[in-house]
Design a protein around this ligand. Structure first.
Ligand code: GLN
Length: 454
Protein backbone atom coordinates (compact mmCIF):
# COMPACT_ATOMS: atom_id res chain seq x y z
CA UNK A 1 0.00 0.00 0.00
CA UNK A 2 2.79 2.38 0.79
CA UNK A 3 4.41 1.82 -2.60
CA UNK A 4 1.05 2.22 -4.37
CA UNK A 5 0.58 5.53 -2.58
CA UNK A 6 4.06 6.66 -3.54
CA UNK A 7 3.32 5.79 -7.18
CA UNK A 8 0.08 7.72 -7.08
CA UNK A 9 1.84 10.76 -5.68
CA UNK A 10 4.91 10.78 -7.94
CA UNK A 11 4.13 8.99 -11.18
CA UNK A 12 2.38 11.99 -12.73
CA UNK A 13 5.68 13.84 -12.70
CA UNK A 14 8.05 10.92 -13.34
CA UNK A 15 6.05 8.85 -15.84
CA UNK A 16 7.97 5.78 -14.68
CA UNK A 17 4.98 3.42 -14.77
CA UNK A 18 2.89 3.03 -17.90
CA UNK A 19 0.46 0.68 -16.14
CA UNK A 20 -0.14 0.24 -12.42
CA UNK A 21 -1.79 -2.96 -11.15
CA UNK A 22 -3.05 -2.17 -7.63
CA UNK A 23 -5.58 -5.01 -7.34
CA UNK A 24 -3.05 -7.55 -8.45
CA UNK A 25 -0.41 -6.08 -6.12
CA UNK A 26 -2.68 -6.22 -3.08
CA UNK A 27 -3.87 -9.75 -3.88
CA UNK A 28 -0.29 -10.93 -4.29
CA UNK A 29 0.72 -9.19 -1.06
CA UNK A 30 -2.15 -10.85 0.78
CA UNK A 31 -1.19 -14.27 -0.53
CA UNK A 32 2.35 -13.55 0.55
CA UNK A 33 1.21 -12.63 4.07
CA UNK A 34 -0.72 -15.89 4.24
CA UNK A 35 2.36 -17.89 3.24
CA UNK A 36 4.47 -16.12 5.82
CA UNK A 37 1.83 -16.69 8.52
CA UNK A 38 2.11 -20.41 7.80
CA UNK A 39 5.87 -20.19 8.20
CA UNK A 40 6.37 -20.79 4.47
CA UNK A 41 7.63 -18.45 1.82
CA UNK A 42 10.32 -17.73 -0.75
CA UNK A 43 13.33 -15.46 -0.97
CA UNK A 44 11.34 -12.38 -2.04
CA UNK A 45 8.19 -12.75 0.03
CA UNK A 46 6.18 -9.51 -0.11
CA UNK A 47 8.83 -7.49 -1.96
CA UNK A 48 7.11 -5.02 -4.34
CA UNK A 49 8.72 -4.92 -7.77
CA UNK A 50 8.16 -3.05 -11.01
CA UNK A 51 8.41 -4.83 -14.36
CA UNK A 52 9.83 -3.36 -17.56
CA UNK A 53 7.10 -3.28 -20.20
CA UNK A 54 9.22 -5.66 -22.32
CA UNK A 55 8.36 -8.67 -20.12
CA UNK A 56 5.16 -10.57 -20.87
CA UNK A 57 2.91 -10.48 -17.83
CA UNK A 58 -0.17 -12.66 -18.03
CA UNK A 59 -3.37 -10.66 -18.49
CA UNK A 60 -1.51 -7.39 -17.92
CA UNK A 61 -0.55 -4.56 -20.31
CA UNK A 62 2.58 -5.66 -22.26
CA UNK A 63 3.38 -3.30 -25.10
CA UNK A 64 7.14 -2.72 -25.14
CA UNK A 65 5.97 0.91 -24.96
CA UNK A 66 4.96 0.73 -28.61
CA UNK A 67 1.75 1.85 -30.27
CA UNK A 68 1.79 -1.28 -32.43
CA UNK A 69 1.10 -3.50 -29.40
CA UNK A 70 -1.93 -1.46 -28.33
CA UNK A 71 -4.16 -3.43 -26.04
CA UNK A 72 -1.92 -6.52 -26.03
CA UNK A 73 -2.31 -8.61 -22.89
CA UNK A 74 -0.42 -11.87 -23.18
CA UNK A 75 -1.92 -15.14 -22.01
CA UNK A 76 1.42 -16.25 -20.61
CA UNK A 77 4.09 -15.00 -18.25
CA UNK A 78 7.80 -14.49 -18.97
CA UNK A 79 10.06 -16.98 -17.22
CA UNK A 80 11.96 -14.27 -15.37
CA UNK A 81 8.86 -12.64 -13.86
CA UNK A 82 7.34 -16.05 -13.18
CA UNK A 83 10.40 -16.93 -11.12
CA UNK A 84 10.12 -13.69 -9.14
CA UNK A 85 6.47 -14.33 -8.31
CA UNK A 86 7.33 -17.92 -7.37
CA UNK A 87 9.67 -16.49 -4.71
CA UNK A 88 6.85 -14.34 -3.34
CA UNK A 89 7.55 -10.97 -5.00
CA UNK A 90 4.62 -8.63 -5.65
CA UNK A 91 3.98 -6.91 -8.99
CA UNK A 92 3.22 -3.18 -8.84
CA UNK A 93 2.90 -2.57 -12.57
CA UNK A 94 4.69 -2.09 -15.87
CA UNK A 95 7.54 0.35 -16.36
CA UNK A 96 8.29 2.84 -19.08
CA UNK A 97 11.06 2.18 -21.62
CA UNK A 98 12.24 3.16 -25.07
CA UNK A 99 10.00 1.63 -27.71
CA UNK A 100 11.10 -2.00 -28.23
CA UNK A 101 14.14 -1.18 -26.03
CA UNK A 102 15.67 0.96 -28.77
CA UNK A 103 17.23 4.04 -27.30
CA UNK A 104 19.41 5.47 -24.58
CA UNK A 105 17.12 8.11 -23.10
CA UNK A 106 13.60 6.63 -22.80
CA UNK A 107 12.46 9.33 -25.22
CA UNK A 108 11.35 6.88 -27.91
CA UNK A 109 8.55 5.51 -25.69
CA UNK A 110 5.06 5.83 -27.14
CA UNK A 111 4.03 6.96 -23.66
CA UNK A 112 6.48 9.85 -23.55
CA UNK A 113 9.76 9.95 -21.65
CA UNK A 114 10.20 8.78 -18.09
CA UNK A 115 11.78 11.52 -15.99
CA UNK A 116 14.91 11.18 -13.88
CA UNK A 117 14.12 11.95 -10.22
CA UNK A 118 17.54 13.65 -9.99
CA UNK A 119 17.99 17.30 -10.90
CA UNK A 120 21.16 19.30 -11.37
CA UNK A 121 21.88 21.62 -8.47
CA UNK A 122 19.99 24.87 -8.78
CA UNK A 123 18.20 23.76 -11.93
CA UNK A 124 14.68 22.66 -12.63
CA UNK A 125 15.43 21.16 -16.00
CA UNK A 126 13.98 17.70 -16.52
CA UNK A 127 16.63 15.07 -17.18
CA UNK A 128 16.43 11.69 -18.88
CA UNK A 129 16.74 8.62 -16.66
CA UNK A 130 18.67 6.89 -19.44
CA UNK A 131 17.39 4.09 -21.59
CA UNK A 132 16.06 1.86 -22.60
CA UNK A 133 15.14 0.73 -19.05
CA UNK A 134 14.50 4.35 -18.00
CA UNK A 135 11.24 3.63 -16.17
CA UNK A 136 12.88 0.83 -14.18
CA UNK A 137 15.75 3.08 -13.10
CA UNK A 138 13.56 6.10 -12.32
CA UNK A 139 11.12 3.98 -10.29
CA UNK A 140 13.88 2.35 -8.23
CA UNK A 141 15.64 5.69 -7.65
CA UNK A 142 12.38 7.38 -6.56
CA UNK A 143 11.31 4.53 -4.23
CA UNK A 144 8.36 3.66 -6.47
CA UNK A 145 9.35 -0.02 -6.19
CA UNK A 146 11.94 -1.93 -4.18
CA UNK A 147 13.58 -3.24 -7.33
CA UNK A 148 12.76 -3.72 -10.99
CA UNK A 149 13.31 -6.01 -13.91
CA UNK A 150 15.17 -4.60 -16.88
CA UNK A 151 16.95 -5.78 -20.02
CA UNK A 152 20.30 -4.94 -21.54
CA UNK A 153 20.94 -5.45 -25.25
CA UNK A 154 23.54 -2.71 -25.53
CA UNK A 155 23.62 -1.00 -22.14
CA UNK A 156 19.96 -0.61 -21.23
CA UNK A 157 20.42 -1.80 -17.65
CA UNK A 158 23.78 -0.24 -16.87
CA UNK A 159 23.38 3.21 -18.42
CA UNK A 160 20.04 4.04 -16.73
CA UNK A 161 21.42 2.70 -13.45
CA UNK A 162 24.39 5.08 -13.83
CA UNK A 163 22.12 8.06 -14.60
CA UNK A 164 19.96 7.48 -11.53
CA UNK A 165 22.44 6.40 -8.85
CA UNK A 166 21.15 2.83 -8.77
CA UNK A 167 22.80 -0.56 -9.30
CA UNK A 168 22.16 -2.65 -12.39
CA UNK A 169 23.64 -5.91 -13.57
CA UNK A 170 23.58 -7.34 -17.06
CA UNK A 171 24.29 -11.03 -16.52
CA UNK A 172 26.15 -13.30 -18.91
CA UNK A 173 24.18 -14.06 -22.08
CA UNK A 174 22.31 -17.26 -21.26
CA UNK A 175 22.13 -16.68 -17.51
CA UNK A 176 18.45 -15.64 -17.56
CA UNK A 177 15.78 -17.03 -19.83
CA UNK A 178 14.57 -14.77 -22.63
CA UNK A 179 11.26 -16.60 -22.84
CA UNK A 180 8.43 -14.08 -22.74
CA UNK A 181 10.66 -11.05 -23.23
CA UNK A 182 9.71 -9.11 -26.35
CA UNK A 183 12.67 -9.74 -28.66
CA UNK A 184 14.82 -6.85 -29.85
CA UNK A 185 18.18 -8.39 -30.86
CA UNK A 186 18.04 -12.02 -29.80
CA UNK A 187 21.77 -12.71 -29.74
CA UNK A 188 22.35 -9.74 -27.41
CA UNK A 189 19.20 -9.41 -25.26
CA UNK A 190 19.57 -10.34 -21.61
CA UNK A 191 17.44 -9.67 -18.52
CA UNK A 192 18.70 -8.43 -15.18
CA UNK A 193 17.69 -6.37 -12.17
CA UNK A 194 17.96 -2.68 -11.32
CA UNK A 195 18.12 -2.24 -7.55
CA UNK A 196 19.02 0.23 -4.84
CA UNK A 197 22.28 -1.45 -3.88
CA UNK A 198 24.56 -4.34 -4.79
CA UNK A 199 23.02 -6.65 -2.19
CA UNK A 200 19.49 -6.16 -3.53
CA UNK A 201 20.74 -6.74 -7.08
CA UNK A 202 22.43 -9.98 -5.94
CA UNK A 203 19.26 -11.22 -4.25
CA UNK A 204 17.09 -10.36 -7.25
CA UNK A 205 19.38 -11.92 -9.83
CA UNK A 206 19.48 -15.18 -7.88
CA UNK A 207 15.70 -15.45 -8.26
CA UNK A 208 15.65 -14.37 -11.92
CA UNK A 209 18.44 -16.60 -13.24
CA UNK A 210 18.52 -20.23 -14.32
CA UNK A 211 18.11 -22.57 -17.24
CA UNK A 212 14.72 -22.78 -18.98
CA UNK A 213 13.68 -25.38 -21.49
CA UNK A 214 11.69 -22.71 -23.33
CA UNK A 215 14.87 -20.77 -24.16
CA UNK A 216 17.53 -22.98 -25.68
CA UNK A 217 20.15 -20.23 -25.27
CA UNK A 218 19.72 -20.28 -21.49
CA UNK A 219 22.57 -22.19 -19.91
CA UNK A 220 22.32 -25.13 -17.55
CA UNK A 221 24.69 -24.07 -14.82
CA UNK A 222 23.96 -23.85 -11.10
CA UNK A 223 22.92 -20.36 -9.95
CA UNK A 224 25.22 -19.43 -7.08
CA UNK A 225 24.17 -17.63 -3.92
CA UNK A 226 25.33 -14.23 -5.14
CA UNK A 227 24.72 -12.57 -1.81
CA UNK A 228 27.28 -14.88 -0.17
CA UNK A 229 29.97 -13.31 -2.38
CA UNK A 230 29.52 -9.88 -0.76
CA UNK A 231 32.11 -8.89 1.80
CA UNK A 232 34.76 -11.31 0.49
CA UNK A 233 38.26 -9.95 0.14
CA UNK A 234 39.67 -8.80 -3.19
CA UNK A 235 43.16 -10.03 -2.25
CA UNK A 236 44.78 -11.82 -5.15
CA UNK A 237 42.38 -10.34 -7.69
CA UNK A 238 43.65 -8.66 -10.83
CA UNK A 239 41.60 -5.81 -12.29
CA UNK A 240 42.22 -4.67 -15.85
CA UNK A 241 41.99 -1.06 -17.03
CA UNK A 242 41.45 -1.06 -20.80
CA UNK A 243 43.48 1.72 -22.35
CA UNK A 244 41.18 1.92 -25.39
CA UNK A 245 38.36 3.18 -23.17
CA UNK A 246 40.34 6.36 -22.54
CA UNK A 247 38.72 8.22 -25.40
CA UNK A 248 39.86 11.49 -26.93
CA UNK A 249 37.89 14.32 -25.49
CA UNK A 250 36.77 12.29 -22.51
CA UNK A 251 35.61 14.55 -19.72
CA UNK A 252 37.94 15.14 -16.83
CA UNK A 253 35.23 14.16 -14.40
CA UNK A 254 34.91 10.70 -15.90
CA UNK A 255 38.73 10.31 -15.83
CA UNK A 256 38.82 11.31 -12.17
CA UNK A 257 35.98 8.98 -11.30
CA UNK A 258 37.70 6.11 -13.03
CA UNK A 259 40.95 6.83 -11.16
CA UNK A 260 38.97 6.94 -7.92
CA UNK A 261 37.55 3.50 -8.71
CA UNK A 262 41.08 2.18 -9.21
CA UNK A 263 42.08 3.50 -5.78
CA UNK A 264 39.08 1.86 -4.09
CA UNK A 265 39.94 -1.50 -5.61
CA UNK A 266 43.61 -1.19 -4.71
CA UNK A 267 42.66 -0.28 -1.14
CA UNK A 268 40.58 -3.44 -1.02
CA UNK A 269 43.62 -5.52 -1.93
CA UNK A 270 43.25 -5.95 -5.69
CA UNK A 271 46.07 -5.54 -8.14
CA UNK A 272 45.29 -3.14 -10.97
CA UNK A 273 46.93 -3.50 -14.39
CA UNK A 274 46.55 -1.77 -17.73
CA UNK A 275 45.20 -3.99 -20.49
CA UNK A 276 44.46 -3.62 -24.17
CA UNK A 277 41.20 -4.46 -25.93
CA UNK A 278 42.34 -3.42 -29.41
CA UNK A 279 39.06 -3.85 -31.27
CA UNK A 280 37.04 -1.65 -28.92
CA UNK A 281 36.61 1.12 -31.48
CA UNK A 282 34.75 -1.20 -33.85
CA UNK A 283 32.21 -2.32 -31.26
CA UNK A 284 29.76 0.54 -31.69
CA UNK A 285 29.51 0.44 -35.50
CA UNK A 286 29.32 -3.37 -35.45
CA UNK A 287 26.58 -3.27 -32.81
CA UNK A 288 24.54 -0.80 -34.84
CA UNK A 289 24.58 -3.33 -37.69
CA UNK A 290 23.96 -6.53 -35.74
CA UNK A 291 21.24 -5.15 -33.45
CA UNK A 292 19.11 -3.50 -36.18
CA UNK A 293 19.55 -6.60 -38.40
CA UNK A 294 18.13 -8.85 -35.72
CA UNK A 295 15.49 -6.27 -34.83
CA UNK A 296 14.26 -6.00 -38.41
CA UNK A 297 13.74 -9.75 -38.43
CA UNK A 298 12.16 -9.92 -34.94
CA UNK A 299 9.80 -7.04 -35.64
CA UNK A 300 8.49 -8.58 -38.85
CA UNK A 301 5.85 -10.34 -36.74
CA UNK A 302 3.97 -7.11 -36.00
CA UNK A 303 1.73 -7.12 -39.01
CA UNK A 304 -1.67 -6.05 -37.73
CA UNK A 305 -2.91 -9.64 -37.72
CA UNK A 306 -1.57 -11.29 -34.60
CA UNK A 307 -1.12 -8.53 -32.07
CA UNK A 308 -2.33 -5.12 -31.07
CA UNK A 309 -2.95 -2.37 -33.54
CA UNK A 310 -4.57 -2.79 -36.96
CA UNK A 311 -5.13 -0.02 -39.47
CA UNK A 312 -7.48 -1.25 -42.20
CA UNK A 313 -6.32 -1.01 -45.82
CA UNK A 314 -7.46 -1.77 -49.36
CA UNK A 315 -5.98 -5.26 -49.20
CA UNK A 316 -3.72 -7.21 -46.89
CA UNK A 317 -0.46 -5.66 -48.10
CA UNK A 318 -1.91 -2.20 -47.69
CA UNK A 319 -3.13 -3.13 -44.20
CA UNK A 320 0.40 -4.30 -43.24
CA UNK A 321 1.93 -1.08 -44.51
CA UNK A 322 -0.57 1.22 -42.86
CA UNK A 323 -0.39 -0.68 -39.56
CA UNK A 324 3.41 -0.64 -39.45
CA UNK A 325 3.61 2.99 -40.54
CA UNK A 326 1.22 4.05 -37.80
CA UNK A 327 2.34 1.57 -35.15
CA UNK A 328 6.12 1.94 -35.10
CA UNK A 329 7.77 5.12 -33.92
CA UNK A 330 10.51 6.92 -35.81
CA UNK A 331 13.48 5.27 -34.13
CA UNK A 332 12.03 1.79 -34.58
CA UNK A 333 11.36 2.47 -38.26
CA UNK A 334 14.93 3.71 -38.64
CA UNK A 335 16.29 0.50 -37.09
CA UNK A 336 14.10 -1.68 -39.32
CA UNK A 337 15.35 0.16 -42.38
CA UNK A 338 19.00 -0.15 -41.35
CA UNK A 339 18.43 -3.82 -40.51
CA UNK A 340 16.76 -4.77 -43.77
CA UNK A 341 19.42 -2.83 -45.69
CA UNK A 342 22.40 -4.61 -44.08
CA UNK A 343 20.72 -7.98 -44.54
CA UNK A 344 19.75 -7.47 -48.15
CA UNK A 345 21.37 -9.42 -50.96
CA UNK A 346 24.52 -7.70 -52.13
CA UNK A 347 25.08 -5.90 -48.82
CA UNK A 348 24.97 -8.89 -46.46
CA UNK A 349 28.67 -9.75 -46.86
CA UNK A 350 29.84 -6.17 -46.69
CA UNK A 351 27.91 -5.26 -43.55
CA UNK A 352 26.28 -8.04 -41.59
CA UNK A 353 28.90 -10.74 -42.12
CA UNK A 354 31.69 -8.25 -41.49
CA UNK A 355 30.03 -7.08 -38.28
CA UNK A 356 29.78 -10.70 -37.11
CA UNK A 357 33.50 -11.15 -37.74
CA UNK A 358 34.27 -7.99 -35.81
CA UNK A 359 32.14 -9.38 -33.04
CA UNK A 360 34.38 -12.44 -32.83
CA UNK A 361 37.46 -10.21 -32.63
CA UNK A 362 35.90 -8.21 -29.79
CA UNK A 363 35.16 -11.41 -27.94
CA UNK A 364 38.76 -12.58 -28.44
CA UNK A 365 40.12 -9.34 -27.00
CA UNK A 366 38.30 -10.09 -23.76
CA UNK A 367 39.35 -13.75 -23.79
CA UNK A 368 42.99 -12.72 -24.17
CA UNK A 369 42.72 -10.37 -21.21
CA UNK A 370 41.12 -13.05 -19.06
CA UNK A 371 43.69 -15.66 -20.13
CA UNK A 372 46.42 -13.25 -19.09
CA UNK A 373 45.05 -13.44 -15.55
CA UNK A 374 42.63 -10.52 -15.36
CA UNK A 375 39.58 -11.34 -13.18
CA UNK A 376 37.48 -8.28 -14.00
CA UNK A 377 37.71 -5.04 -15.96
CA UNK A 378 36.91 -1.57 -14.63
CA UNK A 379 35.59 1.05 -17.04
CA UNK A 380 33.30 4.07 -17.27
CA UNK A 381 29.66 3.55 -18.31
CA UNK A 382 28.61 6.83 -19.80
CA UNK A 383 30.42 9.76 -21.42
CA UNK A 384 28.58 12.16 -19.05
CA UNK A 385 25.88 12.37 -16.40
CA UNK A 386 22.18 12.44 -17.34
CA UNK A 387 21.32 14.91 -20.11
CA UNK A 388 18.21 17.01 -20.59
CA UNK A 389 15.00 15.61 -22.00
CA UNK A 390 14.71 16.94 -25.53
CA UNK A 391 18.44 17.71 -25.81
CA UNK A 392 18.58 19.38 -29.21
CA UNK A 393 21.97 18.10 -30.30
CA UNK A 394 21.11 14.47 -29.53
CA UNK A 395 17.63 14.72 -31.03
CA UNK A 396 18.98 16.20 -34.26
CA UNK A 397 21.50 13.44 -34.91
CA UNK A 398 20.66 9.80 -34.13
CA UNK A 399 24.33 8.83 -34.40
CA UNK A 400 25.14 11.18 -31.49
CA UNK A 401 22.59 9.27 -29.42
CA UNK A 402 24.17 5.97 -30.48
CA UNK A 403 27.52 7.30 -29.25
CA UNK A 404 26.07 7.34 -25.73
CA UNK A 405 26.54 3.56 -25.83
CA UNK A 406 30.26 3.60 -26.57
CA UNK A 407 31.27 2.04 -23.21
CA UNK A 408 28.38 -0.34 -22.70
CA UNK A 409 28.09 -2.18 -25.98
CA UNK A 410 31.37 -4.13 -26.12
CA UNK A 411 30.42 -6.62 -23.46
CA UNK A 412 27.04 -7.37 -25.03
CA UNK A 413 28.87 -8.19 -28.26
CA UNK A 414 31.01 -10.63 -26.24
CA UNK A 415 28.11 -11.98 -24.16
CA UNK A 416 29.87 -11.02 -20.92
CA UNK A 417 28.36 -9.88 -17.60
CA UNK A 418 28.65 -6.27 -16.45
CA UNK A 419 27.55 -4.40 -13.37
CA UNK A 420 26.97 -0.69 -12.97
CA UNK A 421 27.63 0.79 -9.57
CA UNK A 422 27.14 4.38 -8.40
CA UNK A 423 30.56 5.94 -7.93
CA UNK A 424 29.93 9.59 -7.11
CA UNK A 425 28.38 12.85 -8.22
CA UNK A 426 29.59 15.21 -10.91
CA UNK A 427 29.98 18.93 -10.36
CA UNK A 428 26.31 19.46 -11.13
CA UNK A 429 25.44 17.06 -8.30
CA UNK A 430 24.29 14.30 -10.65
CA UNK A 431 25.14 10.61 -10.21
CA UNK A 432 27.89 8.92 -12.21
CA UNK A 433 28.59 5.22 -12.34
CA UNK A 434 31.42 2.83 -13.07
CA UNK A 435 31.15 -0.61 -14.54
CA UNK A 436 32.88 -3.88 -13.91
CA UNK A 437 33.02 -6.42 -16.70
CA UNK A 438 33.52 -10.07 -15.79
CA UNK A 439 34.23 -13.51 -17.16
CA UNK A 440 31.32 -15.54 -18.49
CA UNK A 441 29.06 -16.78 -15.67
CA UNK A 442 31.21 -15.18 -12.99
CA UNK A 443 28.65 -12.66 -11.80
CA UNK A 444 29.76 -13.44 -8.24
CA UNK A 445 33.10 -11.74 -8.90
CA UNK A 446 31.23 -8.65 -10.10
CA UNK A 447 29.00 -8.49 -7.04
CA UNK A 448 31.92 -8.94 -4.68
CA UNK A 449 34.00 -6.27 -6.42
CA UNK A 450 31.14 -3.80 -6.91
CA UNK A 451 30.24 -4.08 -3.23
CA UNK A 452 33.67 -2.66 -2.34
CA UNK A 453 32.98 0.45 -4.44
CA UNK A 454 29.53 1.24 -3.01
N1 GLN B 1 20.96 2.25 -26.77
C1 GLN B 1 20.98 0.88 -27.19
C2 GLN B 1 20.10 0.71 -28.39
O1 GLN B 1 19.34 1.57 -28.63
C3 GLN B 1 20.57 0.07 -26.02
C4 GLN B 1 19.53 -0.92 -26.22
C5 GLN B 1 19.30 -1.88 -25.10
O2 GLN B 1 20.22 -2.24 -24.36
N2 GLN B 1 18.09 -2.36 -25.05
O3 GLN B 1 20.17 -0.22 -29.12
Amino acid sequence: ESYLKAIEAANGALNAYVAVTPEKALAMAKASDARLAEGKGGALEGIPLGVKDLFATEGVHTQACSHILDGFKPNYESTVTDKLWAEGAVMLGKLNMDEFAMGSSNESSYYGPAVNPWKAEGSDEKLVPGGSSGGSAAAVAAHLCAGATATDTGGSIRQPAAFTGTVGIKPTYGRCSRFGIVAYASSLDQAGPIARDVRDAAILLKSMAGVDKRDTTSVDLPVPDYEAALGQSLKGMKIGIPKEYRLDGMSEEIETLWAQGVEWLKDAGAEVVEISLPHTKYALPAYYIVAPAEASSNLARYDGVRYGLRVEGRDIADMYEKTRAAGFGKEVQRRIMIGTYVLSAGYYDAYYLKAQKVRTLIKRDFEDAFHAGVDAILAPITPSSAFAIGDKELAADPVKMYLQDVFTITLNMAGLPGISVPAGLDRKGLPLGLQLIGKPFEEETLFKTAHVME
